[in-house]
Design a binder for this molecule. Structure first.
Ligand code: FBP
Length: 674
């Protein structure tokens, strides 16, 4: 779209700047009041940066000319995109570039090609004004491309250092997600004595880089890219809502990206008001109380994991909503499934963890690659069967017993293949590669068949016949149920399906206090079921890569640009091992506060490739947050299983003018409310 009017307008657009970036020079003020817990492993592995504190960019009060000169000296800055693209990335580069040139036009910027791999292979380009100008406010990471290579060994770090020294870099800026900021922390540690600064930038559409202090103060509310991706998904889903409620024959099932956390699903649901939006973190919190108390009554020992959400139970919950909507003639709807949902379903998570360990241990013990040793699904399954029976790698994999193998083999082939898919270079399970929606919807279809057989899944046609003439004669109970009664307050009330005559209905209403006397004639809406079988048809969609590549929203244009400006000021202020951040992101730009957050304090031990590794901690949906609570309180209304109209909302197209769209994520706005 390089030549389109939209592209040209985008390239010419100047994002709003935080006021302080109009000043001549700044310094960094340490904010000692912001505290974080210290991970002992981080303390051991990152001693050079573990004592970093939060730093705020402030106007430099020192009028000394030498200080000013030091701030404005010519610099060489390296940048690298790392991980999946996120809208706004080019603006980070533009922000660093503009500020660097504003202070000294002799400064130079180098972009490593194809992510950290380019750094290891010494592949880079010099970033020029022309290059920056054609990419301002544009989506993608195509200016210098990206990649997921992990710099995870002493030799790779040394190689990176040699390359950076070769370019005489003063600083390296890593624009990436949690794993890339993990890379940034280790490089900052390794580069410390060389004087080359390393700064991280919170990037990812997943929105799972969020930073709160020990006492709950939000320092980084979300990463750049989250808003644009959510708005792109919301726009597509709103289009489907239009289609679905016109042609009324499909349930549109949308899998939405976000790796593990369900932030994107929550934001997209709040934007579109779909009938069903599953939040993985909520499912993980579920305990089947009924089953647990039964087990307790029978004196069984309680294993809390055993009463969590199962795929079967989840499919029942979905069916319930489908059946309820169908009763009101709505045999269509919209559903969002977060791609990482399996992580929160205990029975599947167990398989993921065990398989991660088996694959990692196999590679280590045999110094081979599991996926190369067993290229086909059958070979992998055969290996698993043999270790479960102790026929291979004897005694080495007690976590995979015959029962595990049996249960695993009860899953459909495509799903087993998905669970065995190769982990990414950081050891993450690749949720985008698994057809999660298929396994869930297959189970839904199966159960709907049962409900149909039982006569519980039927499609109703709402007719507003005035049924005061209705009597008992000739009524087919199969055809009349459930019934709606419009009470004197003009509210529709659902009446029990077994009430089919006007006489019994009036009596029930009088007894329920909804009608004054049997002499009155209520207005009744009768819901007549079609005799034909209800047909359940779905269309599945995956929203992920399209949202990563969308053009940034006005919010992300400004957020990312100011992150770039912040990164420059952190470098000029001498910071290293810090992640650039904007405090007060949920407020108007005039209240934004540029800062640096110590990455080493955000790290913890996590299982990767079957081993505990020190990585930056991901943030998942907080069930106590306002955004989640609001969603929970109003989602039943969005189900719209009644004679009322659907509640779908169309948030409109992405724009880059403040007037054209909601100017920040809804989840951020809700979470900021007291
Ligand atoms: P980052 O964490 O690098 O930003 O990437 C996020 C993401 O887009 C996830 O939402 C998704 O699960 C994953 O990348 C897909 O990765 P890949 O590009 O390797 O298919």
């Amino acid at each position: 779209n390089e030549d389109s009017k939209e592209a040209l307008a985008r390239q010419r657009f100047s994002p709003e700047k935080i006021d302080i970036f109009n000043e001549s020079h700044t310094s960094l003020e340490t904010l000692n009041e912001y505290r974080f817990l210290k991970d002992t492993e981080a303390e051991r592995m990152l001693p050079g940066i573990i004592n970093n504190r939060v730093q705020q960019v402030i106007i430099n009060p020192n009028p000394d000319e030498n200080v000013k000169l030091g701030f404005s000296k010519p610099r060489h800055i390296g940048v690298v995109f790392s991980g999946g693209p996120a809208p706004g990335g080019h603006n980070v580069i533009a922000g660093i570039f503009d500020e660097m040139k504003r202070f000294n036009s002799a400064s130079k910027m180098f972009g490593f090609i194809k992510g950290p791999e380019g750094m290891l292979e010494n592949r880079y380009i010099e970033i020029t004004a022309g290059l920056v100008d054609t990419h301002r406010n544009m989506g993608g990471f195509n200016m210098i491309k990206t990649g997921r290579t992990k710099i995870d060994s002493g030799s790779k770090m040394e190689l990176a250092l040699t390359v950076c020294k070769g370019l005489k870099l003063d600083a390296l800026v890593i624009i990436g997600g949690d794993d890339s900021n993990t890379n940034a922390a280790f490089l900052a540690q390794h580069f410390k004595s060389s004087g080359i600064k390393v700064i991280g930038i919170p990037k990812t559409i997943d929105g799972d880089i969020q930073v709160k202090t020990e006492d709950g103060k939000v320092l980084c509310a979300t990463s750049f890219g989250f808003h644009s991706a959510a708005r792109a998904f919301a726009q597509n889903i709103a289009n489907l809502a239009n289609d679905g409620s016109s042609d009324i024959k499909y349930w549109h099932v949308c899998k939405v990206m976000g790796r593990v956390a369900s932030h994107l699903t929550l934001e997209t649901a709040l934007q579109t008001h779909v009938n069903i939006a599953l939040i993985g973190e909520e499912l993980a919190d579920y305990v089947d109380q009924e089953r647990m108390s039964k087990a307790r009554e029978q004196g069984e020992q309680i294993d809390y994991n055993a009463y969590g959400m199962t795929l079967r139970h989840l499919s029942r919950m979905i069916c319930d909503i489908i059946v309820r909507r169908a009763a009101f003639g709505k045999n269509y709807g919209l559903m969002i499934i977060p791609e990482g949902i399996l992580e929160f379903i205990n029975e599947i998570q167990l398989f993921i963890t065990k398989l991660n360990k088996i694959i990692a241990d196999y590679n280590r013990i045999h110094d081979l690659d599991f996926h190369r040793s067993f290229p086909t699904l059958n070979e992998k399954l055969d290996y698993l069967r043999r270790i479960s029976q102790g026929m291979m790698d004897k005694g080495r994999f007690p976590i995979w017993n015959i029962r595990d193998d049996e249960l695993f083999n009860q899953l459909p082939g495509f799903f087993r293949e998905g669970l065995l898919v190769e982990r990414d270079l950081h050891g993450n399970f690749q949720f985008s590669q698994v057809e999660t929606e298929k396994i869930i919807m297959d189970m839904v279809k199966e159960y709907l068949d049962v409900l149909r057989e039982q006569g519980r899944y039927k499609v109703g046609i709402l007719r507003d016949d005035y049924v005061s003439l209705m009597d008992d004669a000739g009524m087919d109970p199969e055809l009349f149920a459930p019934t709606l009664f419009k009470n004197p307050q003009d509210k529709y009330v659902l009446v029990k399906p077994d009430i089919i005559s006007l006489k019994t209905l009036k009596l029930a209403l009088v007894n329920a206090g909804m009608l004054d006397s049997e002499e009155e004639t209520p207005q009744i809406f009768v819901n007549i079921f079609k005799k034909s079988q209800a047909e359940f048809k779905i269309q599945t969609h995956f929203y992920g890569y399209d949202g990563r590549g969308t053009d940034p929203t006005y919010f992300d244009c400004c957020y990312a640009y100011n992150l770039g400006l912040t990164a420059f000021h952190l470098i000029a202020g001498g910071a290293t091992g810090q992640m650039a951040a904007i405090i007060n992101l949920e407020k108007e730009i005039d209240q934004w506060q540029p800062a640096g957050i110590p990455i080493a304090r955000l790290m913890h031990l996590e299982e990767r490739k079957g081993r505990l590794e020190l990585v930056m901690e991901k943030s998942i949906v907080d069930l106590e947050s306002n955004a989640f609570k609001v969603f929970k309180a109003i989602r039943e209304d969005w189900v719209a299983a009644c004679a009322c109209p659907d509640r779908f909302r169309n948030p409109g197209a992405i724009g880059f003018s403040k007037e054209m769209e909601e100017d920040r994520p809804l989840t951020l706005q809700l979470n900021a409310l007291q």
